[in-house]
Ligand binder design. Structure first.
Ligand code: GBE
Length: 502
């Protein structure tokens, strides 16, 4: 691609000019870079060969929930175009590519008695092409696309899922573990449970607020731990890989310096991130104390005979503790938190259990996604909070990114990455042990409820063209130049603004 090379050279030139104008900062050699995607968001081929139906197939086909009435039937057509995907990943010059496996593509009915040879062959080929290009494959086992057959049995509210998930994980370790050395069991269990079980904005849209999300999380924690122990007991010594999961978290910032707001912000982080992180990363294990107290208090006031938050046995607490080789983090944005003094409503609700008022500071720059504001210092604070709270774990950032509507000359995305990568460097200088940074996403894709109306890609995908051509956006070239030099200018935003393009 001659054009690509020319533009790259131009970008490097811009960076050098900036070097003269502003400070250039170097990334440590211990930090590796990647890009990420997820199966349902890119693959398409929803019923190719013997693939089974997933909850996202069912949800998009049978509800009216997706903003542009679209679905992932065809998506980016990566099932047929993964060679092009690998080419792009290679062009960017990243160290690793994080993608997810579609459970129902390799186990069509959800169970491990029947393994799809075509499903395995697809991921085999993707993995081999990546390795050939000298890019490490990082696999997410569960990025939200449960086989519908398992949903029919209750999905994550069914304790049997612990075994079914572990079976699925074992099939993946057996098939791919000779070549894949980084495993992520679950992507954002908070989103799975809060949005899919408590709420209705992700499949299966159960909407049993205050009840189902806690059961879901309980079973996912056990599923994760069991898959971890399986890897640890049977595969680690020969395959020599690492395994963890990836938790989503905002930075929750106290709206004022009042002790009540400071306490509320801490409670918000504990009951969102800590819900999943405390059982695994804290010294004591189990759910955070503040969470156990709050949910129990509200449950009793609402007339329940026990807390809506299930309890772990001491054996389970010990079994779950320590089941991550790294702290996987997906981070995009921040929230302001104020304390509330609500009277307890009789309808159970996770947000009432947390009992804080969240809002966005109106001064924060916006993305297209309503929940995404540009707050780079929040990233630095969050990394420091994790480092302090969980005794300095190795942190791998598995997602970070910015959405817009339809822009190939995406200066706002460049500015976002510049600011967030600077914040990451600040955190490393503060002493945080961050070893991976991942941009979401390699390319525009199916953005769940938002369909194709919000774009996160470094590569532009033309969803009106049946061939789904991909073209690098300005941000792809910017990312590439960062990877080539392993440096970043301190403030490209000011530069963009000065040029009147930001
Ligand atoms: C990730 O989640 C996903 O892993 C990825 O699949 C997705 O494409 C990408 O982000 C971009 O969205 O009104 O504040 O309560 C908050 C990102 C919803 C984490 C959205 C939940 C972002 C956490 C809604 N957020 N999400 S509200």
């Amino acid at each position: 691609m001659a054009l690509f090379k020319t533009i790259t050279l131009l970008c490097l030139l811009v960076v050098s000019v900036l070097a003269i104008k502003g400070e250039i900062r170097k990334f440590p050699d211990t930090l590796s870079f990647g890009v990420a995607t997820a199966a349902y968001q890119i693959e398409g081929a929803w019923n190719a060969s013997d693939k089974g139906e997933s909850i996202w197939d069912r949800f998009t086909h049978t509800t009216n929930s997706i903003k542009d009435k679209s679905n992932g039937d065809f998506a980016c057509d990566s099932y047929n175009q993964h060679k092009r995907d690998v080419e792009m990943v290679k062009e960017l010059g990243v160290d690793f590519y994080r993608f997810s496996i579609s459970w129902s593509r390799i186990l069509p009915n959800g169970f491990s008695n029947k393994i799809s040879q075509d499903g395995i062959a697809y991921y085999d080929s993707l993995i081999d092409d990546l390795l050939e290009a000298n890019i490490k494959p990082y696999i997410t086992l569960y990025h939200w696309d449960l086989p519908q057959s398992l949903q029919d049995l209750g999905g994550w509210t069914n304790p049997m899922m612990v075994d079914y998930f572990t079976d699925f994980a074992e099939v993946a370790f057996e098939a791919f573990g000779d070549r894949v050395k980084t495993w992520i069991t679950f992507n954002e269990p908070w989103v799975v449970c809060i949005e899919g079980y408590g709420g209705i904005s992700k499949a299966p849209a159960l909407g049993m607020n205050g009840i189902a999300e806690y059961i879901c999380a309980h079973n996912i924690l056990k599923s994760h731990a069991k898959a971890y122990h399986l890897y640890d007991d049977l595969y680690r010594s020969t395959q020599k890989g690492r395994i963890g999961w990836s938790l989503n978290a905002n930075w929750d910032h106290p709206a004022t310096k009042s002790p009540a707001d400071i306490e509320a912000a801490e409670r918000a982080i504990q009951m969102n991130l800590g819900w999943f992180a405390h059982p695994v990363f804290s010294k004591e294990g189990d759910y955070p104390q503040v969470m156990k107290d709050r949910v129990a208090r509200n449950s009793l006031a609402q007339g329940y005979r026990r807390s809506r938050l299930p309890e772990f046995t001491p054996e389970e607490i010990a079994y779950i503790k320590g089941t991550c080789d790294f702290f996987g983090l997906n981070h995009y944005t921040s929230t302001m938190i104020r304390s509330l003094t609500t009277t307890i409503s009789m309808e159970p609700n996770f947000r009432d259990d947390v009992d804080t008022d969240c809002f966005y500071d109106p001064s924060w720059p916006e993305a297209t996604s309503s929940w995404l504001k540009v707050v780079p210092w929040g990233f630095r604070n969050l990394l420091n909070w994790i480092t302090k709270t969980y005794n300095n774990p190795e942190i791998m950032v598995f997602e970070n990114g910015f959405s817009d509507k339809n822009n190939k000359d995406d200066v706002d995305r460049i500015s976002y990455y510049n600011q967030y990568l600077n914040a990451l460097l600040d955190a490393i200088e503060d002493g945080c042990n961050v070893t991976a940074y991942t941009a979401w996403s390699l390319m525009d894709n199916f953005e769940w409820l938002q369909g194709y109306t919000e774009r996160f890609g470094l590569y532009y995908v033309d969803f009106n063209d049946p061939r789904r051509p991909r073209t690098p956006k300005a941000s792809a070239l910017y990312f590439k130049s960062i990877l080539e030099t392993r440096t970043i200018e301190r403030n490209c935003n000011a530069q963009l603004n000065r040029n009147g393009t930001g």
